[in-house]
Design a binder for this molecule. Structure first.
Ligand code: ADP
Ligand code: MG
Length: 321
């Protein structure tokens, strides 16, 4: 059974002066223990999709479609069910650790309180778990760091502390929203490798949002590329790196600094992503696509591909015979 199943997810933000069709029919599945990377440029709906999985969108957001996590219907959860669900079944880590950490409490206290909120544990047992978690995320001098406040830690250690809080109750699903983007390159790699180790050790399913193809190459089993609120390509990471099917994914790969690109010219994708004040009625990438023709403007192409596991939303993609 899928750990995550999104079916035709739509999210629209309507305010007095503006409408944004942020997510326009996303279907995604994640198997237990699998790592999926969602790739795409800024504004393509990656964060909104993740937030929908935890019902963390603002109240005024219009959300439609099926959202199942660990066999539960997230859209129908009550506030008290959500409190149990968040942290215990699914946890999220962010680019900026201070969005998740509370500046007025020590790291140790934040972890032990998270544990006690979900599990009947004595204070001593919860404190022991906090120490175990800081060791798990490889914070040096963990025992001493329990008494530290978030501002006393470096950026990299703060990121590790946030991961420790997220893992406090060993969730089955970890959602990661560009958690390494703000870090220096060397620290970024350390945190990525840590996340990969933790995923294997704990057998968690992970959905990892990034705009960095190199990051996806390091940790993903599967990749979903988003454009204008839709998945435009999906498949195993190796296939996407070797030969992306969708012209947008080809453009992304061409614009990436990567060892496999050595000696090749870096390219950029001309034009800009569409305004999302109306939901796209045709291929949203067509205005920027050098291969676009009439059929691309006639309607939204369906996903198709050379094999069931590799699909793209483009009329030019060859289909299985
Ligand atoms: P990204 O792929 O960069 O993570 P997002 O999912 O954050 O993109 O955003 C997708 C679109 O939804 C953007 O146009 C963004 O401005 C809009 N959006 C996101 N959150 C809100 C909100 N709370 N209110 C209004 N618009 C929002
Ligand atoms: Mg985002």
């Amino acid at each position: 059974m899928s750990l995550v199943s999104l079916r035709d997810l739509h999210v629209t933000f309507r305010t007095r002066d503006r409408t944004v069709h942020a997510v326009n029919g996303v279907d995604l599945d994640l198997a237990p223990g699998e790592t999926l990377c969602i790739l795409g440029e800024s504004g393509s709906g990656k964060s909104v999709t993740l937030r929908a999985l935890m019902k963390l969108l603002p109240r005024f957001a219009e959300v439609r479609g099926g959202i199942q996590v660990a066999g539960q219907d997230v859209a129908r959860m009550s506030e008290s069910q959500l409190t149990d669900f968040r942290g215990r079944d699914v946890a999220m880590i962010f680019q900026e650790p201070m969005t998740a950490l509370d500046p007025v409490f020590t790291i140790g206290r934040q972890i032990s309180e998270t544990v006690q909120r979900h599990e009947r544990l004595s204070r001593t047992a919860a404190e022991a778990r906090a120490l175990e978690l800081l060791e798990l995320v490889q914070i040096p001098s963990a025992k001493r760091r329990l008494a530290a406040y978030p501002h006393e830690l470096s950026g990299g250690l703060r990121q590790r502390a946030m991961i420790a809080v997220a893992l406090a109750c060993k969730p089955r699903l970890l959602l990661a929203d560009e958690p390494t983007t703000a870090l220096d390159a060397t620290v970024q790699i350390q945190v990525l490798l840590l996340l990969r180790d933790l995923q294997r050790q704990l057998g968690m399913g992970v959905i990892f949002v990034t705009h960095d193809l190199g990051v996806a190459g390091e940790i993903a089993d599967r990749v979903a590329v988003m454009y204008a609120g839709k998945v435009v390509e999906e498949g195993p990471v190796a296939g996407l790196m070797r030969g992306p099917l969708h012209p947008y994914a080809q453009g992304l790969l061409g614009a990436t600094v990567h060892p496999s690109m050595r000696g090749k010219r870096l390219t950029t994708i001309p034009g800009a992503p569409p305004a999302l004040d109306v939901a796209p009625a045709a291929c949203a990438f067509a205005p920027r696509c050098e291969h676009a023709h009439d059929a691309c403007l006639r309607g939204v192409p369906a996903m198709r591909g050379p094999e069931p596991a590799r699909q793209a939303r483009c009329v030019l993609v060859p289909e299985a015979a």
